[in-house]
Design a protein around this ligand. Sequence first.
Ligand SMILES: [Zn+2]
Length: 374
Amino acid sequence: MDARRWLMGRITEAGLTAEIDGIGNVYGWDRQAKRKVLSGSHLETQNRSGWLDGAMGVIYALEAARSIRENPSLKGLGVDVAAFCDEEGHFISYLGSRSLVGDLSEAEMDSLVNRETGQPLRDALSAAGLAGLPRHRLAAKDYVAYVEGHIEQGNTLENKGATLGIVSAIVGNWQYEIEVLGQQNHAGSTRMAQRRDAGLELVRLLGAIDARFPALVTPDTVWTTGKIVLDPGAKSIVPGKATALFQFRDVDERLLTRLGVELEDILKEANANGRCQITATRISMNRPALMDAKLQQSITNTAQQRYPGASISMPSGAGHDGLWLSTVLPTAMLFVPSIGGISHHWSEDTCDDDITRGAEVFTASVVDMLREPD
Ligand SMILES: [Zn+2]
């Protein structure tokens, strides 16, 4: 809340009207502009993480709004600023941007709790003095586009010697909970031939996925087992149950579908050949979000004019608020490098020159988008 109040002060200084809504989103409205872009990102990041993830994009938006307002030749054009609550999912991922685009119901809000503290979202909003405030709902007709600046959070830009990344798409992400049921038993007296070891079966399954996915994918496709739990998880007990959280990501929806089918096939074979019963439940399915082609071109042209050879087109492996905004507005994103590809860690950083160069190209691109006739 301190950060939100600080931001509202800076928004007011820039001549915009500051507002905080009932989900904790902060807005800066440009009441003079007739033709506008919406821009922003998120304020909070993961706990004990870095200083740029999200916050930099909010400041890019504010800087674009401020500098366009100060320029008399750009009269009538403007930027509304948005700082979205809880993109990282302390309560649920993209809480603020989902609220703005109308995807968050009051009933869902009633059900959300902080994943670390267990505090209900309603209590957190009350404690912050936000309970009962109206939630703002986006009117798509008010905007030409949504544009978001962000750090890359990977090392593609560094590896390619580029300093500006024009995002082609935000990857889709399919997540599964895999459950293996075997027979819990004594680790000393149960002979290998008799065992139904759920843990071993799970590891074999993950090995099969890792062996078979590479034949289907592109170099940008990624898959991850983020959590494995053996039950009961003791040194002298053959595990009777094993669960895993598994996900894969790509920009191509057809490829995601193929990987889903391949996973089903691998599961069927494992069930036919093994001694355990395996199920995979899809727990979420975020579709890839394509960035608007015309807006990408606008950023590409601006970057080429100012810093020839410094920009590349690239997909975003991480999810962003732009994912949700792209469901209602033409959307674009600009990345700047993360030193060493590090993010979601306190050492996350970007060279000052890269940050300012990004802000310059960002603002110039927004001006270009605003000048474009419809
Ligand atoms: Zn972020």
